[in-house]
Design a protein around this ligand. Structure first.
Ligand code: RM4
Ligand code: MN
Ligand code: MN
Length: 413
């Protein structure tokens, strides 16, 4: 799109919004401020247990992952932090990594521990980690998390995300209550090992890799554990970690009501888990989630700044960089649309029992084409007007393949 056409579209939209007494300048600056972290594992081609198809030029080490995120930050201006995963991203030279991050304008978001696979540690996690019936295995898993905190401290991170794969595959395999108890006790030790300005983000997931029971299957169990840890432990909502048709926006509202929402892992799904791009399947759901977030923070239920934002997707066939550009755009659009909701009118409709009116209010916002606002926010921040077109025109993937090879891939999903 030419810059003239962008300006025309923006002016028309600004005029439409002004009629509803909405100031588009303010909207643009809110959109520009909203930054979403990118996980280091999203930069390589994902895969399934049936196979992985390399796209070439994938980052081979931490430095190259940072390089890719730096480029995304530069062109989209929508991300300013990376979320690292240990042991996949152990920095060899902490000072050099920090310097590189500073020069790229990116910081370190929450650290991710990994006790869901074996990577040469003395005791296997096959039968569980923080919930294992074997106390030595639990101890090893706790120590791993404490080491992750140390790495994070050295880089300037402020949080630890724990996703626990522990569970069982057959009835009788695991004692439910004991597993929950051991998990809680293990997490207490991890929590007390965190600096006082850190938060613990506790993720949940109903199934996979375990297919009968998962120790932390849902937000309620996660919240129960967090309550026992302390106020800096909160629930992380990964959009892909729900059974089909779960009302995620309601979960978000409930958690905010209790000031217990740690943050998000954004992605989308048709059936399960998190392997599709954010906003590609259920953009209306994403919009409704943002409506709850904006409402909850406006009402003072939970402060906007206390919530962490991250993408967590691992896909099989797309160029990961292109996918991340699309995901960042989809999230910005959902946020922008939710900012347009006439909250006063919505409250009025709710109080009057005006069901039709309430739906009209939400749909009026959702159906507004906000792309000009998102584009303008990016231009004003110094990013590319059309990051995807830029990425393709500049032949960035081809350049990465020339530099890193056709079959490059670091460890990770
Ligand atoms: C899990 C979960 C975690 C992520 C791993 C790689 O399904 O979403 O957040 O660290 O995948
Ligand atoms: Mn996740
Ligand atoms: Mn997941």
């Amino acid at each position: 799109m030419s810059i003239q056409f962008h300006e025309k579209t923006l002016a028309l939209l600004a005029e439409q919004l002004a009629e509803k007494a909405i100031d588009s300048t303010q909207l643009i600056s809110k959109i520009a401020q909203f930054q979403i972290a990118v996980p280091s594992w999203a930069l390589g081609a994902g895969g399934t247990r049936f196979g992985r198809f390399s796209i070439g030029g994938e980052p081979r080490n931490l430095e190259e992952k940072l390089e890719d995120i730096g480029l995304l930050a530069k062109i989209t201006k929508r991300t300013d932090a990376v979320s690292l995963h240990i042991p996949w991203d152990i920095p060899q030279d902490v000072e050099a990594v920090k310097q590189q991050a500073v020069s790229l304008g990116i910081g370190f978001d929450a650290m991710n521990s990994n006790t869901f696979q074996d990577y040469g540690q003395p005791l296997s996690y096959k039968m569980g980690s923080l919930s294992s019936a074997d106390s030595a295995t639990r101890k090893q898993a706790i120590e791993h998390n404490l080491q992750v905190i140390e790495v994070g401290k050295s880089l300037g991170s402020k949080g630890l995300t724990v996703w626990l794969a522990d569970g069982s595959n057959f009835p009788g395999q695991v004692h439910f209550r004991k597993a929950l108890q051991w998990t809680t006790e293990s997490l207490k030790k991890i929590y007390s090992g965190m600096p006082s300005n850190w938060k613990l983000l506790l993720e949940y997931k109903p199934y996979e890799p375990n297919f009968y029971h998962t120790v932390i299957p849902d937000w309620g169990t996660s919240a129960l554990i967090c309550r026992q840890l302390g106020e800096r432990a909160k629930v992380l909502v990964d959009l892909g970690h729900h059974l089909p048709n779960t009302n995620i926006e309601q979960i978000v509202a409930t958690l905010m009501h209790q000031n217990m929402l740690a943050g998000f892992h954004f992605n989308d799904s048709k059936y399960g888990d998190d392997d599709l791009s954010t906003g590609s399947i259920k953009p209306y759901q994403l919009f409704l989630i943002f409506c709850e977030l904006i409402g909850g923070s406006a009402d003072g239920a939970q402060a906007w700044d206390s919530i962490s934002w991250m993408i967590d997707a691992s896909h099989n066939v797309k160029d990961p960089m292109e996918d991340l550009i699309q995901a960042l755009e989809a999230i910005s659009q959902a946020y922008a649309k939710a900012l347009l909701v006439d909250r006063k009118k919505l409250t009025q409709c709710q109080n009057d029992g005006d069901v039709v009116g309430a739906q009209e209010v939400l749909q009026a916002a959702f159906l507004t084409d906000v792309r000009a606002l998102v584009r303008e926010a990016r231009i004003q921040s110094g990013g590319e007007a059309e990051p995807l077109a830029f990425y393709r025109n500049e032949k960035i993937r081809e350049k990465l393949i020339a530099k890193r090879g056709k079959n490059a891939q670091a460890s990770g999903l």
